[in-house]
Each structure stands twice: as C-alpha cells, then as structure tokens.
Design a protein. Structure first.
Length: 368
C-alpha cells in the first residue's frame, strides 16, 4: 500500500482536496466522491486537462522507507542501468546480474542505486547509517569504489576520486570537512593524528562500534570499602565508632570515586618550565616515524644521528607546537614533515614509561 498527500486541490469534493491523505493498494485509488480508479498509476497517470497525478499528490513514507517486491526492484534497477553510461552508474558495469542475486544482495544493490533518494529506499535497517558524519568525528574506510560511491550518495554527492587511483586503497578514509561543508578523503595516518574514530564501512552502515566495557569491582569489609575500574582504586575507611552499613559504604565509595575522577587531569602537556612553551599533549600521535618505521608520539624519547654516521647520536624528545607542527627537539627545522634528509632517529623510550623527564637528561621540560 502506498500513501499520498494532496499538495494542491483538483476539483475538491469530486477528485482531490489539498491536505488530505489518500491510499493506493494494487492499483486501486479512491477519489473524494467515492469513485475507485482500478488502474491508478502515480508515475504516469494524468487528468483530462493533461496535468499529472504528481502535480497534485506527493508520496509519503513511514520512516522514510518503503518495501518493494523483488520483481519491482529488478525492474527499477534495470531501468536505472539502461538510463546511464557505465561511468555514471554505481555498478560500473559489474555486479548487475540482478535476477540471480539473493534477497539481501538485491536489497543492497537497490539501496546503492537509489541511496540519495529516500523515497526509494527499501526497508533494511542495516543499510541506514546511525552515525551523524557531520557531527561525530568519524572517518569511514571505503576500500572499494562501490563503498566510496554509496557513502557519497548518502550526501547527494559524487566522489572526486576512484579507489583505483589511490596508492593504498585499503587506507582510504572518508570524513566530513566542516570548513568546506562537504565530504573529503585522506589517509589513515591523517585521521589518526587528528583523533578521528576509525570505522569500517560496514560498522558505519550498521551503526555499531565495539567498545571495551568498563568493569567496576567493589569490595567491602567491616572497616574498608574499595572500588576499582581496573586502573584506579578508591578506598574509604569506616570510622571505628560508626556502624557498618553496606549501602552507605557503597554510596560513599562511588561518591569519592567520582570526585577523584573529576580532579584527575584529562591531558598531560609537555612544557618548557623556563619559557612556559607548550610542546604538545603527551601521547598524541604525530606524523613522525623513526628510521625503522615505528610511529612516534609526543613525549617519546629518540636518539638522533647524523646521516653520515659521524657521531654517536644525541637524545631528545618528540614535540608538537602550532609553529613547527610535529618535530624533534633540537632539530626542529630538519625533522618537520617527517624529513630524514639530515638525520636518522630511533625510538629509545615510549612516553608511557616516563614520569619525570629530568631523570633522563638535564632538561627544563616538565609534565603539566
């Protein structure tokens, strides 16, 4: 059954009245005066004056989806392909044997072809993304032309590239550029550095990201109650004159845990204690890699060598600031943009293993 809303009256009371909802069921359509048209066809129907049904009626959908039988989908898909060249067709001349597709394959093919026209979408909950790419900081892996085209079609757009033209298509991620207000694509490294949540195409379309659950363990005794999330432990002690009460202890330890979490610094920065210059958030991924390809993070300790091997190397830190971007302290100009023209450098120690940079060498850098 299809539903239509009248957007303009046509001889109201006898034919169509603006604002009224009409239904069509297998070609049967009832007008205002009770007459039933047994051969109603919204797509080609017209009135005596030559005006078309679509001039007066607008199809409406429940949840913006409709259910079509396989024969109808095959017919519409064949029409879609015949009206387009292979370059403009999302199937690119491949995977268009619609008759022999399974029900799921046919539904996916139909939604791929008509994805930017919500009135044509077949009801398939797994084919409708549940993320808001414009608001959420998300990057979607599109490692085939079909996925790339389908994602762009959701935004009534076409990609300005083909996966086949990308050096490493397995790392082509699409995200929303708020400045240009359009989809853009870039490498996995770019999106990692800028702290995007990386999703596969399937995860995005299914609206699911596996997240590691946090398990809280609370232990109580006559004198002490502890709560741990696996990394942080909160403890409260019962004053000896108080009566032991498990529920009170539970409430108090949770309250203290929340207070401790709020007081904990969210980010730790690498500061020059003399100039108060901020050299980045410790643990932030940079574009730098050492000479054997290992990724480097702000706060990592590296050993830097001259290219000609004329020295024993010196120890320094991976840093970031707004002026130089990602660089190694002591040779900023030579290491911008991951350059290794003048130096080789090897990772000596991870930022995760350092609590006090002054213990490594005489430095004015501190953690704040």
């Amino acid at each position: 059954m299809r539903k239509f809303k009248c957007i303009k009256s046509y001889e109201s009371g006898e034919w169509l009245t603006k604002g009224k909802i009409y239904t069509e069921d297998n070609g049967r359509f009832e007008y205002d005066d009770g007459w039933i048209d047994e051969t109603f066809d919204y797509d080609v129907g017209h009135f005596e004056d030559g005006s078309e049904s679509s001039d007066y009626l607008e199809e409406i959908f429940d949840n913006q989806t409709t259910t079509l039988d396989n024969d109808t989908m095959i017919e519409k898909l064949d029409e879609y392909c015949c009206e387009r060249s292979c370059d403009d067709c999302v199937f690119r001349g491949e995977d268009d044997d619609f008759v022999n597709m399974t029900d799921e394959e046919l539904t996916n093919a139909y939604n791929l072809a008509f994805g930017n026209d919500q009135s044509n979408l077949v009801n398939n909950s797994e084919s409708t993304p549940k993320y808001d790419l414009k608001k959420d900081k998300i990057a979607v892996l599109c490692d085939t032309d079909k996925k790339l085209t389908e994602l762009y079609k959701l935004f009534n757009s076409k990609p300005n590239t083909s996966v086949a033209l990308v050096c490493n298509p397995s790392k082509l991620y699409v995200s929303w550029d708020s400045e240009s207000n359009e989809l853009t694509w870039d490498s996995v490294e770019y999106h990692e550095i800028n702290h995007y949540t990386l999703l596969t195409f399937e995860e995005f379309m299914n609206g699911f990201v596996a997240k590691n659950p946090i398990t809280f363990t609370i232990t109580t005794s006559d004198t002490t109650t502890t709560l741990t999330d696996g990394t942080h432990i909160t403890t409260i002690n019962r004053y000896y004159t108080d009566k032991h009460d498990d529920m009170v202890a539970l409430e108090e330890v949770v309250k203290k845990y929340k207070s401790e979490m709020e007081e904990m610094p969210k980010e730790k920065h690498l500061f020059d204690d003399e100039t108060n210059c901020d050299y980045g958030v410790i643990g932030t991924l940079t574009i730098l890699t050492d000479s054997v390809g290992r990724k480097l993070f702000v706060g990592d300790v590296v050993k830097v060598y001259n290219k000609d091997g004329s020295d024993d190397g010196f120890i320094d830190l991976v840093c970031h600031d707004n002026e130089d971007g990602d660089f190694i302290m002591g040779c900023a100009c030579a290491t911008r943009n991951n350059s290794k023209k003048e130096y080789n450098y090897l990772k000596e120690m991870s930022y995760e293993d350092i609590s006090n940079y002054n213990k490594i060498w005489d430095s004015c850098l501190v953690i704040k």
